[in-house]
Design a protein around this ligand. Structure first.
Ligand code: UD1
Length: 410
């Protein structure tokens, strides 16, 4: 299982904090890694990507730039991950206001409030955030309003360059946040509470570049597990860490799938037809919002009705209208979605609105009669390496084609 998109991008950014060569292993061959590599190059780094072996070498110079331009940041919301490291290293950062998935407003208030408490002055003009701490950053005691993944990562990395101790409460506990903290600890940062909601970081210590293996991608793992559960197929997922997706696995078992851990990962066998299952998305260890489209797609062909509640990204239900085009019986009310399963979906042209939605629509296409065209699959490239090829390897009839959209939608 390749490394997690949501980890590797932050690890790449964290490399900025120390001159020298950081080596990352188990790096996924995805578009977002290429964009982040370009961003690091613009900041002055040399980045060498050996995709065949999943190895990335980042050589960080003594002198770094501090500006992340709009042309890259708009393509990759995770560019905000350079904010904390640049503040730690330079005490200054200019970052274009991020773009990324169209799945909600995705505020930055928790990131910025924490940085201000550390002594940074943050202003915005012309589409850029400018943060500067002329007198240096200082350690803080801060309770995040919400366990935001991005804000936890910004504040942990900024704290590495702050004088004294930082204690952060109500932190995100996602495995990718823990992976970042583990790499920081190996770099020489005294950090405690890794994997818990309270992190303490002692700033201003000497750091050294490290070699680090990226944690396996639990969302890609979950995608293959849902594919098996929806199609009645069987998938062996080598390198998966089932303990990182306990709740999705339990939910799939409730739907009738059979899941067992193997010495090298896990094996998932789908039922003839799944039972409908409810889900409520929540920060880790809750049900991941990044698998919400997948569970709605599964419920769409399941026996019975289910309620899926989205608590993180309000616009994520945009994909439901596309699923309805395949014949799904889905109704959205606020942040709830009621799905009543139908025995078969029916192929149609649909639009992938973000990375996870597009992947889930492809899974829905596998169980739809006739041909399903999923448009805008460039979203999928952001987080899945050769998605169509991997599905074909599992026996699915999936092809990536370049089409004139007018020919597909008539
Ligand atoms: C990360 C993941 C994304 C995942 C999400 C939740 C990356 C690159 N992306 O996104 O795939 O779906 O975690 O697990 O790692 N919020 C604020 N103010 C802030 C910060 C966040 O209001 O300062 C809100 C957001 O608008 C959103 C919610 O908090 O509604 C969750 O956001 P957050 O946990 O920060 O997600 P990301 O880091 O953007």
């Amino acid at each position: 299982m390749p490394g997690a998109k949501n980890s590797v991008l932050k690890l790449m950014a964290a490399a900025l904090m120390v001159p020298g060569t950081t080596i990352l292993r188990n790096v996924p061959d995805i578009a977002d890694v290429a964009i982040m590599s370009e961003l690091l190059r613009r900041l002055g780094c040399e980045v060498v990507l050996d995709l065949a072996d999943g190895v990335l070498l980042i050589t960080v110079p003594g002198q770094l730039e501090h500006r992340a331009d709009y042309d890259l940041v708009r393509r990759l919301r995770a560019s905000i991950a350079v904010l904390g490291p640049l503040m730690a290293r330079l005490g200054e950062a200019d970052i274009a206001v991020p773009g990324g998935d169209a799945i909600g407003s995705r505020g930055l208030d928790i990131h910025l409030r924490g940085l201000e408490l550390m002594g940074a002055v943050v202003t915005s003009a012309g589409g850029y955030l400018h943060a500067a701490a002329p007198a240096g950053l200082r350690g803080i005691d801060y309770e995040l309003d919400f366990p935001s993944v991005g804000a936890t990562e910004t504040l942990v990395t900024a704290a590495v360059g702050a004088r004294g101790l930082t204690r952060l409460e109500n932190c995100a506990r996602e495995p990718e946040v823990a992976d970042l903290c583990t790499m920081l600890a190996a770099m020489g940062v005294p950090i405690t509470g890794i994997g818990t909601d309270t992190l303490t970081i002692e700033g201003d210590h000497a750091l050294a570049p490290v070699e680090h293996v990226v944690v396996p991608d639990r969302i890609v793992t979950g995608t293959w597990a849902f594919a098996a559960a929806m199609t009645g197929g069987e998938v062996i997922i080598d390198g998966a860490r089932p303990e990182l997706l306990s709740l999705p696995c339990a939910t799939l078992c409730e739907a009738g799938a059979h899941i067992e851990t193997t010495p090298t990962g896990m094996r998932v066998r789908g039922p003839a037809r799944p039972r409908a299952v409810d889900a409520v998305t929540l920060p880790f260890p809750g049900f991941p919002t990044d698998l919400q489209p997948h569970i709605i797609a599964l419920d769409a062909i399941a026996e019975g009705s289910a309620l899926v509640t989205e608590n993180l990204f309000e616009a994520r239900f945009r994909f439901v209208a596309e699923l309805a085009r395949l014949g799904a019986n889905v109704k959205v009310d606020g942040h709830h979605c009621l799905i009543t399963g139908v025995p078969r979906l029916s192929g149609a042209p649909v639009e992938g609105t973000d990375i996870r939605a597009a992947a889930a629509l492809v899974l829905a296409g596998l169980v739809a009669d006739g041909v399903t065209h999923v448009l805008h699959v460039h979203h999928i490239d952001r987080g899945y390496a050769d998605f169509a090829g991997a599905l074909r390897g599992l026996g699915a009839d999936v092809e990536r084609v370049t089409v004139d959209i007018a020919d597909v939608v008539g």
